[in-house]
Design a protein around this ligand. Structure first.
Ligand code: CA
Length: 197
C-alpha cells in the first residue's frame, strides 16, 4: 500500500496517444498527475504527493473513496499488467468535512442523480450523487464536502430524483450523515423546488 499525505484536488491517469501508437508504442508507461486547486488555476503538485506518482505506469482506471472512513478521500489506481495502487490520504484531518450517504425509498436505493446543496456561512457547495468518473471504475457514491477551516454548523438540502426534498439544519461537520429519502418531511418552498446549478 502506498500512502500520500494530503488532499488531492484533481488527479489523472494518462493514456496512449494516437501519435504514440503511430510511432509503434504499445502500452507505454507514463507518469500520472495530481493538481491542487488554487484561485483561478490548477497547480501541479505531483512531486509533492508521494514517490509513487512519479513512477511511470500503464494506468487506466481511477476511483475515489474514503475507504477508511476518516473524512478524507483516498484513491485507487488500476494498472495494466500490474497491481492496483492504493493512495491513502494520511495528511491528517485539519480541515473540516462532511459526508452524506443517501438512502432512497421512492428514488433509487443509493440516491444516484440526487443533488445535494450544502450551505456554510456565506458559502454554498453543490454536488451530485454518482459513482462515475473514470474508465471502468466506480467511485464512492457518498457525497463528500471539504469545508476548509470553517468551524460552524452547516445546512443541507437533498434534491431527490423523485422530487422529494429533505432539509437538515445545524449539522456538525466531521461526520458521516445518513439521509433517508423523505425522512425530514420537509415541504419544499418555491425557491427550493428548483435544482441547484
Ligand atoms: Ca480516508
Amino acid at each position: 500500500m502506498i500512502r500520500i499525505r494530503t488532499w488531492l484536488s484533481l488527479m489523472a491517469t494518462l493514456w496512449t496517444t494516437r501519435a504514440q501508437l503511430r510511432a509503434g508504442a504499445f502500452l507505454p508507461a507514463t507518469q500520472n498527475f495530481c493538481w491542487r486547486t488554487s484561485p483561478g488555476l490548477y497547480e501541479d503538485v505531483t512531486s509533492e504527493r508521494g514517490e509513487v506518482l512519479t513512477v511511470p505506469q500503464v494506468s487506466r482506471g481511477l476511483a475515489w473513496a474514503d475507504y477508511d472512513n476518516d473524512g478524507d478521500l483516498d484513491v485507487l489506481v488500476s494498472n495494466c499488467g500490474g497491481s492496483p495502487v492504493l493512495l491513502r490520504n494520511e495528511g491528517g484531518n485539519e480541515n473540516a468535512w462532511l459526508q452524506l450517504r443517501l438512502v432512497g425509498k421512492k428514488s433509487n436505493r443509493n440516491g444516484f442523480g440526487a443533488f445535494v446543496e450544502l450551505k456554510y456561512g456565506e458559502k454554498r457547495l453543490v454536488s451530485q450523487v454518482t459513482s462515475a468518473g473514470s474508465y471502468l471504475s466506480a467511485s464512492d457514491y457518498r457525497v463528500h464536502f471539504g469545508l476548509g477551516d470553517y468551524q460552524g454548523k452547516v445546512e443541507i438540502t437533498v434534491y431527490w430524483p423523485s422530487g422529494i426534498r429533505d432539509h437538515l439544519r445545524e449539522l456538525q461537520p466531521r461526520q458521516i450523515v445518513v439521509v433517508e429519502e423523505g425522512s425530514t418531511n420537509h415541504p419544499a418552498t418555491a425557491a427550493e423546488a428548483r435544482v441547484p446549478g
